[in-house]
Design a binder for this molecule. Structure first.
Ligand code: LLP
Length: 414
């Protein structure tokens, strides 16, 4: 359960009025609830307690340092995919033995940096990557741990852009290649294969695809007499955006634990959205209203550069007024669109909302995951600020960008 609730007519984040934060910090604005983050982290950790899992929060879902620090202080590890994410991990001083590093295209410098920091392991996605990591480790006179990311080829019903565990995607290696890698592992003296990794997709609402992927992987290990220590089942647990009925942490655990118990492998998870998704909202202000043909448009001060999920995946995010109008008012259907020069620039379409006027504030719910991290400067728009609320207090945890920030590093002659 998240902590963005109405008290009387006003939307609150924990004990702070959202309208007050917007007034003091301006819009567009991301607001995170610290205690929702912690609550969601503890839910998944506690549900799987029996397996003492290592929960590595997926940094790509929300990489704000305050968010990472909150989770790291509570005991979380981090799932990273780049040198930049490693840099963030170092800044929040996460124990390197709690870092797993995934991604299909790691570069030499990034690999060396991670080896130097002493991460738990690399999730490798190709034979050539393993060879490169081994070479780097040899040059550095170090030994590193590896997990092979296997693409278990399971059907997942989610948006095509966020399925990763089906054959034909770029992720992981198929069973045949995994077998070949294991068979040739003696060649890699500085990179020891100690685990298997799967991540089958994102926003998965039911445990079945996880179960079948885990079963496939365990069967593969057993038939080929491959012995490893770790089973990393990735992230992907779905959340409620509107009417979804996702598995709870407990029902997920109930389905997964028997398999893990039997395998005797150490369990690792990489949840992102499950922890951060409903821990954040984006707040935007109504600039103008206009009617074109049959449509009522609300033009707001944030666009696809600030929050791209609706444009990219046609993702549905609930839109709520930050301050509800008095009484029962007639609702109007609105398309809520941004200021960007693209027809794909919308936050919501055909939403029934009480009449809106200039200056009203709207909350885009469930924006804590893949919100700010996927934002850009398109149309030369400075990125929004981020705020974290902890009970009665709030703190700006990322300043709004300035025009100066926009052109940082750019040069011209003459
Ligand atoms: N582990 C790996 C290897 C991943 O690639 C991902 C996400 C995660 C963990 C975390 O997945 P989660 O628990 O958050 O579902 N931008 C898309 C989602 C892309 C997910 C990419 N990988 C969206 O906004 O829906």
């Amino acid at each position: 359960m998240h902590r963005f609730k109405y008290r009387a007519r006003s939307l609150y984040c924990e004990d702070v009025k959202v309208a007050r934060i917007a007034r003091e910090v301006g819009t567009p604005l991301y607001i995170y609830s610290k205690n929702t983050l912690l609550d969601h982290y503890r839910k998944i950790r506690d549900a799987l307690r029996e397996a003492s899992p290592l929960i590595c929060f997926s940094v790509k879902s929300n990489s704000n340092l305050a968010v990472l620090k909150t989770l790291v202080n509570a005991g979380a590890g981090l799932d990273i995919v780049s040198g930049g994410e490693l840099y963030r991990a170092k800044l929040v001083k996460v124990d390197p033995r709690k870092i797993v590093y995934a991604g299909v295209g790691k570069k030499r410098d990034e690999i060396m940096d991670a080896i130097r920091y002493g991460i738990l392991f690399f999730n490798i996605e190709s034979h050539e990557e393993l060879a490169l990591i081994n070479r780097c480790a040899r040059e550095m006179k170090r030994k590193v741990n590896i997990a092979i990311r296997i693409n278990p080829d399971v059907q997942v019903s989610t948006h095509g852009y966020i399925t990763t565990g089906m054959g034909g995607t770029k992720f992981g290696v198929d069973f045949k290649t995994a077998k070949a890698i294991f068979r040739s592992s003696w060649k890699y003296r500085n990179a020891k294969i100690r685990g298997v990794h799967i991540h089958i997709g994102s926003q998965i609402l039911d445990a079945r695809p996880f179960q079948s992927a885990i079963k496939k992987v365990l069967r593969f290990l057993e038939t080929n007499k491959i012995f490893v220590e770790y089973l990393n089942i990735g992230g992907g647990l779905g959340i409620v955006y509107s009417l979804e009925k996702p598995q709870t942490a407990l029902s997920f655990a109930k389905k997964i634990l028997p398999l893990v118990r039997k395998s005797k492998l150490k369990l690792i998870l990489e949840p992102g959205r499950f922890i951060s998704g409903n821990s954040g909202i984006m707040v935007t202000k109504v600039l103008f209203r206009k009617k074109t043909g049959q449509k009522n448009f609300i033009i707001v001060d944030s666009g696809m550069n600030d929050f791209i999920r609706p444009s990219l995946y046609e993702a549905y995010h609930t839109v709520r007024p930050v301050t509800k109008s008095r009484g029962r008012l007639k609702k109007t259907r609105y398309d809520i669109v941004g200021p960007i020069c693209e027809s794909g620039d919308f936050l919501a379409k055909g939403r029934a909302l009480p009449a809106l006027k200039q200056g009203d504030l709207l909350a885009i719910m469930g924006a804590g995951a893949y919100g700010y991290t996927m934002s850009s400067n398109y149309n030369s728009r400075p990125r929004a600020s981020e705020v974290m609320v902890d009970r009665k207090k709030f703190l700006v945890v990322k300043k709004r960008e300035t025009y100066k920030d926009l052109v940082k590093g750019e040069l011209f002659r003459g």
